[in-house]
Design a binder for this molecule. Structure first.
Ligand SMILES: [Zn+2]
Length: 199
């Protein structure tokens, strides 16, 4: 029985590690019960599922599981006869320069003043409540967001910030690039020959 459980755990962990849509959960660690360091735990009621505010918790959980309305996910799928948009063309509706990913929307975008004000407010609070913020703020955006998701003490702040930023994105239509049909077909053929990553 123990070996069946171990096999299930290994299989689930492999799926978590291999699924590109779950990239924000990669390499996550949990504190050991004896308080000595961290370890990988596959099955657990995660701390982000215990955020008290239901709306904030839902926004953060959706972001982590890639069920969010940002272009990176939204344009991954076909919609109203529009084809799937290649990843490098899923641009931010505000700055129109970078891929509209969770880490861009939350931590980088300088194309919307309201979001920048929310970010300043959020990082000012982190300076007080996250002792290692001076180190964390210098990580690349993906690892900075992964680290913030892993932080138990400030997870409520991250959930609230995520909820407010996503609401601002949802209030503006997603940027849909126009794609000439022959271009779409050429990209598709290249993708099926293995030379291009669309996902
Ligand atoms: Zn942007």
């Amino acid at each position: 029985m123990t070996s069946v459980r171990a096999a299930m755990r290994a299989q689930t962990q492999k799926e978590l590690d291999d699924n590109t849509k779950l990239y924000l959960l990669r390499n996550r660690l949990e504190p050991k019960k004896d308080g000595e360091g961290f370890t990988q735990v596959t099955f657990l009621l995660r701390h982000y599922l215990k955020v008290a505010n239901a709306a904030h918790r839902q926004s953060l959980t959706r972001l982590i599981l890639s069920c969010h309305p940002l272009a990176l996910e939204r344009l991954r799928h076909t919609e109203h006869r529009r084809p799937k948009i290649p990843r490098d063309m899923r641009l931010c509706r505000f700055c129109k320069v970078h891929i509209e990913s969770p880490e861009h929307a939350l931590l980088e975008c300088a194309g919307n003043e309201d979001i920048m004000a929310l970010r300043t407010e959020f990082t000012n609070k982190l300076e007080y409540e996250l002792p290692q913020w001076d180190l964390v703020k210098n990580l690349d955006p993906v690892n900075r967001l992964r680290t913030l998701i892993a932080e138990r003490d400030t997870i409520g702040l991250l959930a609230k910030f995520t909820h407010e930023v996503i609401a601002l994105y949802e209030a503006t239509p997603v940027l849909i690039p126009s794609l000439p049909l022959d271009w779409v077909i050429a990209r598709y053929e290249r993708s099926t020959s293995g030379n291009m990553i669309v996902s």
